[in-house]
Design a protein around this ligand. Structure first.
Ligand code: C5P
Length: 241
């Protein structure tokens, strides 16, 4: 894979809570990564200005707000995300087929295929265990649920899923090559593991079938963040086809 292709596969997790830090990171990294991820903490703190600040510095945005609500509410939220000009947005597959279908139909109708945000589904949060599922009345295993929900998301018109490294292969097998798989929980060989548990290196995750890697602390906490990005890009470019 070329270095340029490898760069586009990286989504930097913008886990900050103020506009000054957004500007600092998006100025520094926008042209060296594929996207920057705006999550719940940042969006709750700064609102749409967070997205606008990333875009003003040339960055593309993955809006990680994991919608889960009645179909009409989620469809309207998706339209609002599309109007902000984000490239990727997500919802919980557990919201069900009607919620996902309405969300997909709404953005396709309003923005057209090439302009619309792509929609990812979260299957089962990686923080959930067998016990968590049992507590909420689900008797299937985590892997059974992940594959079931990934298939449902695909049938409901979603573009892909967010999945932990260990789930990538089962999802690829179930959903085929063109369904997007976005993977957090990756750790380059040079970085600390932090609180991530079932990890892979970036190149292992790409080889297993991930389209995008969400990476936060290994870049944000590096002594030289740009150098850290470069090392990750080199590793992917050298190891992946
Ligand atoms: O710093 P780190 O690389 O662990 O950041 C990963 C990002 O991906 C964080 O924003 C985290 O919330 C998110 N994430 C995750 N694991 C999941 C889902 C999302 O680490 N299962």
């Amino acid at each position: 894979m070329t270095r340029n292709e490898a760069k586009k596969r990286i989504i930097f997790a913008l886990d900050v809570d103020n506009l000054a830090d957004i500007t600092k990171w998006s100025e520094k990294l926008s042209s060296d990564v594929g996207m920057l991820k705006v999550g719940k903490e940042l969006f709750t703190s700064c609102g749409p200005a967070a997205v606008q600040a990333v875009k003003a510095n040339g960055g593309s945005v993955f809006l990680d707000l994991k919608y889960h609500d009645i179909p009409n509410t989620v469809a309207q939220a998706m339209l609002a995300a599309g109007r902000l000009g984000v490239k990727l947005v997500n919802l919980h597959a557990l919201g069900g087929p009607e919620m996902m279908e309405k969300a997909g139909q709404a953005v396709r109708k309003e923005f057209g295929e090439s302009e619309r945000p792509k929609i990812l589904a979260v299957t089962i949060l990686t923080s959930s265990t067998q016990e968590t599922l049992k507590a909420v009345g689900i008797e299937y295993t985590v892997e059974q649920m992940v594959v079931r929900l990934a298939r449902l998301a695909q049938e409901s018109g979603m573009d892909g899923v967010v999945a932990s490294p260990v789930e990538i292969e089962a999802i690829r097998t179930a959903c085929g090559p063109s369904f997007l798989v976005v993977t957090p929980g990756v750790r380059p060989a040079f970085a600390a593991v932090d609180d991530q548990k079932r990890i892979m290196t970036p190149v292992e995750a790409i080889k297993a079938g991930a389209d995008y890697l969400v990476i936060g602390r290994p870049i944000a906490r590096a002594a030289d963040p740009l150098k850290a990005v470069e090392m990750i890009v080199d590793e992917i470019a050298a190891g992946a086809e």
